[in-house]
Design a protein around this ligand. Structure first.
Ligand SMILES: *Cc1c(COP(=O)(O)O)cnc(C)c1O
Length: 416
């Protein structure tokens, strides 16, 4: 008997469901910040008591920033550390600075030496032991035509607004700029940058970056964003910030309103693990999205943190739920002191292969490698074009089906 159309559809559905059964099983073991709110709350209480803060202060970003934990003596009061960890953190901190916002610290399960949030924020001895990498792999120092600008592309550039961050990510690509002191970029330098943009009529996209620009006050940000907006040829303004992840209290209704006055404004952030998706970070994203600010995510692929297909899939699906579009997956750069986070490129390609077809196209970012010496972001794809001839190409689908597909010459539409 030949199967009916409906029977064929049902067969295909059964195979499709079978195709993600492994993932559905693993899915239940990957927790988001929403799944661990109770544990997080207990840790928050302990941190608040030790720091002598109130619930109201906890929700104030100025308190979070002022109370960043940055020395061992404070850290041991807030969490239980093994003696071995103390010595190691101390050794690393002689060479590389560290600081964690109380909020981000409260997300760490310290019973797990390799908790994804801990690895991103607390020094690990590997920073000293794993050799290799350079301070400035992208030669940013050589692509600074004026003020606080980095320019590597024809129509867009970045302005560096501060070297300060709520949390100094252990994988930071601009580690060389953190130094030992927090410094906002001076207005003289910012004004010089704005003049440069005013003079370059081809610049249509300005990206404010850092450090974290959201360590600056609302009025500083308004002054900067409004000056950029006053340049007629600037079409879009983007802000690159990890504040929604490491200090979501920074995103207040007032900040969202301020930014929304200078639309179109885009915010790109960096969630690297589902545990970072918490009620607080979701609320920060909601405030921005409700103000009409589109949100994107720039994940960094990090060894031991998110170098698993299912973790990345869950992260991207959860991001869509909080209205953040996965935009990029960055291959980790060869930065001195962060080499232990670098994965193989094969891992990144495997992750991309695992996403396409298996989940919403919206949940699929572009995997990019920053070419050496600041030659730009270069997309890396699994190979879906097996061969390319003048009349046909051969394609491979997400399910590994191979098809020959016509490579047509266009008819001349103007002949009709
Ligand atoms: C990443 C980056 C941009 C923005 O690149 P997009 O691919 O447009 O997101 C612009 N300028 C510099 C210097 C950059 O590093």
């Amino acid at each position: 008997m030949v199967p009916t159309k409906r029977e064929r559809a049902l067969n295909r559905v059964a195979r499709l469901r079978e195709g993600i059964s492994d993932f559905l099983e693993v899915r239940t073991t990957i927790r988001t910040g929403f799944d661990v709110v109770d544990e997080t709350l207990v840790r928050r209480q302990r941190i608040l008591e030790a720091l002598g803060g109130t619930e109201k202060e906890w929700n104030d970003w100025r308190w979070q920033l002022a109370n960043r934990v940055r020395d061992i003596d404070t850290l041991v009061k807030l969490i239980d550390l093994e003696a071995r960890d103390l010595g190691e953190i101390d050794r690393v901190s002689r060479k590389y600075r560290w600081a964690v916002s109380p909020y981000y610290l409260s997300l760490i399960d310290f019973s797990d030496r390799f908790s994804p949030v801990r690895l991103q924020s607390i020094p690990l001895i590997a920073e000293l032991h794993v050799r290799g990498g350079v301070d400035d792999p992208m030669d940013e120092e050589y692509t600074n035509p004026a003020g606080a600008i980095t320019r590597r592309y024809p129509d867009r550039l970045t302005i560096y607004a501060s070297n300060m961050c709520p949390t100094y990510c252990r994988h930071c690509q601009r580690r060389r700029l953190i130094g030992q002191r927090d410094r906002h970029t001076t207005w003289r330098k910012l004004e010089e940058s704005i003049e440069y943009i005013r003079d370059c009529s081809e610049i249509r996209d300005v990206l404010i970056t850092g450090g974290d620009p959201l360590t600056r006050t609302d009025s500083d940000l308004e002054r900067l964003v409004s000056s950029i907006r006053s340049i007629g040829h600037v079409e879009i303004i983007r802000i690159g910030t990890r504040a929604p992840v490491t200090m979501p209290q920074r995103v207040t209704p007032g900040l969202a309103r301020t930014l929304a006055r200078y639309q179109p404004v885009y915010v790109n952030t960096q969630f690297n693990h589902p545990l970072e998706i918490t009620p607080e970070s979701a609320e920060a994203c909601r405030l921005l999205a409700d103000a009409g600010i589109p949100l994107g995510n720039q994940m960094v692929l990090l060894n031991g943190i998110n170098d698993r297909c299912s973790v990345v899939k869950v992260l991207n699906q959860e991001l869509l739920r909080i209205r953040v579009k996965p935009y990029y997956i960055f291959h980790a750069k060869e930065v001195k002191g962060t080499r232990h986070f670098v994965t193989s490129v094969d891992k990144g390609i495997e992750i991309m292969e695992f996403l396409r077809g298996y989940t919403s196209g919206l949940a699929i970012p572009t995997y990019v490698i920053n070419a050496p010496h600041g030659h730009g972001k270069t997309p890396i794809y699994p190979n879906y074009v097996l061969s390319r001839g003048p009349d046909f190409i051969t394609i491979r689908t997400w399910e590994n089906r191979v098809f020959r597909y016509p490579n047509r010459r266009e008819v001349d539409i103007r002949q009709f």
